[in-house]
Design a protein around this ligand. Sequence first.
Ligand SMILES: [Zn+2]
Length: 325
Amino acid sequence: MIDELLPGVLRMQVPLPKSPLKATNCYVVLDSERPLVIDTAFNRPECRDAFLGLLEEAGLRPDAVDFFVTHLHADHLGLASSFARNGTIIYFNEPDLPLARPSDAYWAWMGSVYESHGLPLSVSHEAMEKHPGRIYGPERDFPYTVVHDGQKLKKGSYTLRCVQTPGHTPGHMCLLIEEANVLFCGDHILGDITPNITMWVDMKDPLGSYITSLDMTSRLGLSRAFTGHRSAVDNVAKRIGELKEHHARRLQEVLAALADGEKDAATVTPRISWDLRYEKWDDVHPVQKLFATGEAIAHLQYLEARGSIASRAHNGRILYRLPGA
Ligand SMILES: [Zn+2]
């Protein structure tokens, strides 16, 4: 389905098979020379066919457009390099670049990091076998054109300004339509689901960065946000408030989980309320367990960075506790 959201700004919804996200919103800013496509979808045949069909419906050829990818996740980056030809520009942020096509060694190493947080290797290995980032990522390297915060692109009648919003990923980059004060916001802000905030190798406090990015976005006084999934957000200030409240509640749950003693992140995780349907934590799918544990770690890191909890290494595991406990 294609909608025209502003004159010369289209939204193409590319279905994501078997994903709770349902679809990725890919946007097009029309331009007489090189239209700009913002985000793609998983690198899998169903998404590729849908994406090409929508481009054709919009009267565009995949080799005649440039791409702007908000962040490294495969449901946004997956197909960009598949359509790139000589001369195609793929705008991308620098911090996410090393993680855009992670090696097998990286995935193995991540398993050991999660193990230090108490998640058994058997669970993380199974999760990584099925992880969309591993199976639906870009099929080849491609020379990305790095964009920085504040940089401006001219497309059609619009000035598009890069607005860096680290948190959901280390370098997540939004694009502001200056003339309309509307933000293409990738997964920085979502309407009826909350963006996943997880741990990252090179980020000490991803949740702290995310909340700082939300506050900065709030100050933009946006009229709308064009999200990476689901519906656009009309009342951006209200939604930012809800997202901050969501994390404040989760932080309280993490503190409560530590009230009866020191624990690793994987033991804290089932004590937090998740938007998942399950009877026993053991029944939760390994991919969801991995995502949830990553979220729990990000919240623990946030609390530790502010002195609300402390941690120590013990027998190869990282244990968190309330101060004085
Ligand atoms: Zn994402």
